[in-house]
Write a protein that binds this ligand. Sequence first.
Ligand code: ATP
Ligand code: SF4
Ligand code: MG
Length: 395
Amino acid sequence: MSDTTTAAATSVAPASTETVLSVENLKMHFPVKGSGVIRRTVGHVKAVDGVSFEVAKGTALGLVGESGCGKSTTGRMVTRLYKPTEGKINFEGTDIANYTGRQLHPMRREIQMIFQDPSTSLNPRHTVGSIIGAPLRIHKMVPKDKVLSRVQELLEIVGLNPEHYNRYPHEFSGGQRQRIGIARALTLQPKLLVADEPVSALDVSIQAQVINLLQDLQKEFDISFLFIAHDLAIVRHFCPEVAVMYLGKIVEIGDRESIYERAHHPYTQALLSAVPDVKQAAIGGRRERIRLEGDVPSPINPPSGCHFRTRCAIAKDICSVVEPPLLQIGKKHKVACHFPGEIHQHPEKPVTAPLLGVDEFGAPDPGASPAEVPGDGPGYADTWYDLANNSRGRA
Ligand SMILES: Nc1ncnc2c1ncn2[C@@H]1O[C@H](COP(=O)(O)OP(=O)(O)OP(=O)(O)O)[C@@H](O)[C@H]1O
Ligand code: SF4
Ligand SMILES: [Mg+2]
């Protein structure tokens, strides 16, 4: 996305704190089959390995992280294209994680998905009118004789010529095709849109237009978004809240300011160091570039303890023994690291050790009295771990 767009007014804070989606300990473990005649399961790809988050009404949660960290799999579970291996997907208070096809039918109206590549997600043999009109017919949203006028209305809403309903997808440009995909997702007036890299297949000049369209639609129809992207500048622009994933887990989650101005996880810090920062450039400063060494390990056999430890510059003994819990360290800020802190301010001792009842090397500490980890769930607690005083804070 262009700097101009990034610097433009960012999306407004959520008007309401009502939760639309609450995901709890969600897992997707794909079986890996052996090559013999009897294709036994020989392992599992732990694509998503216990993520929890919430999306408030009318707002957007951004899901970011390197390729293969489990973003799309998370989105596909939320839309129930995949049935999760484990965990809860509470949509407006109802757990749909184990719903059957029949139970899901009415839910499909409420949760829709926008895909990355509009040229493959639209059927080339169908006209735009029939692509957008199909959900209206299937769900009997409007009488048959009103389908065409509703399709034309939707085309107009997404900025396309309503008279073009009889054209085929290949007769449109990439940006226009994504607008068709958005119109199709809007047909059933969803409450939640899962947008999986909605602009990454588009030219930079078109990206801003499509993002602005999504923002207008969000305001007009009060839609909540789970917005998946690897471009941190776009996410900063669109999402008031952000979750950072690494190897199937959320390593840091918080409001925009906490993540972009005060990231406490070494992985988030490394990701952000690669983003050109308009504001810092303007004051003559530069973010320190942190290079991530090595490749992302296989999700079939992730590292013990902290999944990030094989690439972390500040890892210590405890990191290979104990998995760091997602610890709430601010009103809207959680981090999964034994040594959370801003760059060059990571503590010497693992702050999590006393809470977990282990010593600084990760061995059980008989003298310790383990405590509940603040923020260990989908939402935010009203008390949290205050890193400055090593005690609990309050809103
Ligand atoms: N159907 C599947 N069967 C087996 N493994 C899968 C399947 N789908 C995804 N995976 C694996 O799960 C992991 C997470 O994949 P996913 O597509 O969710 O990542 P992503 O974060 O969306 O990546 P990208 O940014 O490249 O789109 C990857 O290691 C991928 O190879
Ligand atoms: S827990 Fe250890 S390895 Fe993981 S991010 Fe923190 S310091 Fe690095
Ligand atoms: Mg993906």
